[in-house]
Design a protein around this ligand. Structure first.
Ligand code: NAD
Length: 425
């Protein structure tokens, strides 16, 4: 099976270091006071639990569960739960901080959190996963709460796991508490518009950036890496706005058609083909999947995995604009190469924040006991994404920095100011 060539070792960054290197640059530009820097640098709470689970074979296995609340200065912590074999504390700490900045950049009243359980859900039965999710919820019963910490799905978890979390939390509290978690199935209080929300935010921020770069969407080409939730929604919505999507890719490889790929058709193909583009005939398969990143297109949307744009390929990128659908697709060391080449990058904490924005709307609807139409959800999230882009763009000009650093500046400034007004805890 094809795969994206992993980043050379020298570029492989500990996610915490990668986040901190950007944080440090932004903090310095902002002139952040040392004492506030020290507050924001450290997570507010880290909880590690052991979860003994009876497996289907009758044996007991013990799993490690982590929850990190990086900050609850702006409001309750918000962030997903990852079920993966390589979950470790440093990664969860970095992802939790990322959530703080992401929520602050789009100006929603949440802090940042993240959770993880070290396990391999692909090798577990549904029953084992359910027992693990319920045990994790019980172990975190005093951590979670609609006003304290609101989890969501991440890698290896989805609406099914969120339903179990909500059920377990509700049973412990003797009442239905659907606002304790987002990303739930619609029937349990999930929000319309959540499925497409991240891809939609990618589209909105891509169009806002194209306007600044004076790129006409109707004459622009685009390549999208990753054809899952974020990539396929971004592709279809960008196509709807006039862009010609000339390349798409997934774990099976990258597919290129200079006349444009019919995205609707590619999605239908994937859905009837066990979720992959393997064997897709609407485009030519590129000899290596990494070539997609180096195509001569106007807009590049990495929407698969982290660390795909590195010092090994950054100077070969021809796109004028990169819109980061994935979390952390560009290594910190590659940032400067792109800046020197004049490539504009809309950073992950801004470009893919449409998802957390609609998660926030899910929580708002749950608390109101009310359901919004998809039209209302989309209109409000589009407005939030547009405003956030303009704010970050303004900060980039004011501080004379790239959009990534500007996004961190906007976020850190907001959290730091709030912290000061509140007078700390
Ligand atoms: P997904 O699992 O739905 O899709 C991932 C896609 O990437 C699939 O098409 C898969 O085949 C492809 N892929 C995986 N490994 C690959 C590889 N090595 N080479 C090429 N393609 C590969 O996941 P998603 O929800 O679309 O998330 C994608 C990225 O966006 C992740 O970084 C995620 O953290 C980030 N993100 C997602 C959301 C969301 O709401 N889903 C929100 C914010 C950020």
């Amino acid at each position: 099976m094809a795969y994206i060539e992993p980043a050379p070792i020298k570029d492989r960054e500990n996610p915490l270091e990668s986040m901190m290197s950007r944080f440090n640059i932004a903090a310095e530009k902002l002139g952040l006071e040392e004492q506030v820097y020290n507050v924001l640098k450290n997570p507010a709470k880290q909880v590690i639990v052991s979860l003994p689970i009876t497996m289907d074979n009758g044996k007991i296995e013990v799993f490690e569960g982590i929850r990190v609340i990086h900050s609850n200065i702006l409001g309750p912590a918000k962030g997903g739960i990852r079920f993966a074999p390589d979950v470790h504390l440093d990664e969860v700490r970095a992802l939790a901080a990322w959530m703080t900045w992401k929520c602050a950049v789009v100006d929603i009243p949440y802090g940042g959190g993240k959770g993880g359980v070290r396990c391999n859900p692909r090798e577990m039965s549904a029953g084992e996963i359910e027992r693990l999710m319920r045990a994790y919820t019980l172990a975190m019963i005093d951590v979670f709460g609609p006003d304290k910490d609101i989890p969501a799905p991440d890698m290896g978890t989805g609406p099914r796991e969120m339903a179990w979390l909500m059920d377990e939390y509700s049973k412990s509290h003797g009442m239905t508490v659907n606002a304790v978690v987002t990303g739930k199935p619609l029937v349990l209080g999930g929000s319309l518009g959540r499925t497409e929300a991240t891809g939609r935010g990618v589209m909105v921020s891509a169009l806002a950036a194209m306007e600044k770069l004076k790129i006409n969407p109707y004459q622009a080409t685009c390549a999208v890496q990753g054809f899952g939730n974020v990539g396929s929604w971004a592709a279809i919505l960008l196509e709807e706005r006039g862009l010609k999507v000339v390349a798409i890719s997934d774990i099976s490889g990258a597919y290129h058609n200079s006349n444009g790929i019919n995205i609707q058709e590619a999605i239908a193909y994937r859905d009837n083909n066990k979720g992959t583009l393997e064997g897709y005939k609407g485009a030519e398969k590129l000899s290596t999947p990494g070539e997609l990143l180096e195509l001569d297109v106007d807009v590049l949307v990495p929407a698969a995995v982290e660390d795909v744009i590195t010092t090994a390929n950054a100077d070969k990128i021809k796109a004028k604009l990169i819109v980061e659908g994935a979390n952390g697709p560009t290594s910190a060391k590659a940032d400067q190469i792109l800046v020197d080449k004049g490539v504009m990058s809309v950073p992950d904490i801004l470009a893919n924040a449409g998802g957390v924005t609609v998660s926030y709307f899910e929580w708002v609807q749950n608390r109101l006991g009310y359901k919004w139409t998809a039209e209302r959800v989309n209109r409000r999230s589009d407005r939030i994404m547009k405003d956030a882009f303009q704010n970050v763009y303004k900060a980039a000009q004011q501080y004379d920095v790239p959009l990534r650093i500007a996004a961190y500046i906007v976020a850190i400034d907001k959290v730091a100011k709030t912290y000061k007004f509140r007078g700390g805890f």
